[in-house]
Design a protein around this ligand. Structure first.
Ligand SMILES: Nc1ncnc2c1ncn2[C@@H]1O[C@H](COP(=O)(O)OP(=O)(O)OP(=O)(O)O)[C@@H](O)[C@H]1O
Ligand SMILES: [Mg+2]
Length: 248
């Protein structure tokens, strides 16, 4: 479903991605872990075609993004749901309007059909009845869950999660983890989640890849990650302050 080959990207004269190769099979959830600023969000933006590679290719649904015209790229994006790191909700719209935005802009569904879907997705994320509120009236965790409801409103085949649990209390975070697992199991979505929350990574990932210094330095199962002999991987997953990685 997703194939990334030799992806290179420099930003502000700094090489952020330096030859990234990754594959995600249909129905699989790949978790990409890595330190702050290592390029996780940049990687997701390439999967959506929101950023263009300096070199290398991104292929989703069997289509190489740089070979598509704008209309085809939009068509593919429509089949992807995204939970942006900051939520990216429109403050001028209600929560319900935010969640239903993709449906009202891109489908012929009626207002009442959209309202039903919106209510269902808000319930899934534990925000039943919150639809009429303004995003600015929500707590950080509620905003994140509202953004998640929007990401899954259009029954996407691919979902990209950028830090789905960061900043949430442990119980709410666990609820989001459960939801991500349920989406994988029931709806068979293919997903990439980027996170530095190791608890979440272990729960939601079929496979885990670690991005470090522009490259994938580990790609394997949760068990293989736990047993990795790589000192960088070990230091990251236990969060040790001593080791090859310096605190930022
Ligand atoms: N549009 C941009 N223009 C210039 N530099 C950018 C841009 N987007 C990202 N960067 C830089 O690329 C690097 C990687 O950023 P990115 O947002 O991918 O980090 P991240 O791994 O998601 O970090 P975090 O875990 O803190 O979210 C950073 O140094 C950032 O400043
Ligand atoms: Mg990020």
């Amino acid at each position: 479903m997703i194939a990334i080959r030799g992806l290179v990207k420099s930003l502000d004269h700094r090489v952020v991605l330096n030859g990234v190769d990754l594959d995600v099979a249909k129905g699989e959830t790949l978790v990409v872990i890595g330190r702050s600023c290592c390029g996780k969000s940049v990687l997701l933006k390439h999967v959506l075609g929101l950023m263009k590679p300096d070199a290398g290719t991104v292929t989703i649904f069997g289509k190489q993004l740089d070979q598509l015209d704008r209309a085809h790229l939009y068509e593919l994006r429509m089949r992807c749901g995204v939970l942006f790191q900051g939520g990216a909700l429109f403050d001028s719209l209600t929560v319900a309007e935010n969640v239903g935005l993709g449906l009202s802009e891109n489908t012929t569904k009626s207002k009442s059909e959209i309202a039903d879907i919106v209510a269902e997705r808000l319930e899934w994320v534990g925000l039943a009845g919150i639809g009429p509120r303004a995003p600015s009236d929500l707590s950080g965790g509620m905003r994140k869950r509202a953004a998640l409801a929007r990401a899954i409103a259009m029954d996407p085949e691919i979902v990209l999660y950028d830090e789905p649990t960061t900043g949430l209390d442990p119980i709410t975070a666990e609820g989001i983890n459960d939801l991500i697992v349920r989406l994988r199991e029931r709806l068979k979505v293919t997903a990439i989640a980027v996170t530095h929350d190791m608890n979440s990574a272990f729960k939601i990932g079929d496979r885990i890849a670690m991005l470090h210094a522009g490259k994938i330095i580990f790609d394997g199962s949760v068990d293989q990650l736990r047993n990795s002999a790589d000192p960088i991987v070990q230091q990251f997953i236990v969060g040790a302050t001593t080791g090859p990685l310096e605190p930022l």
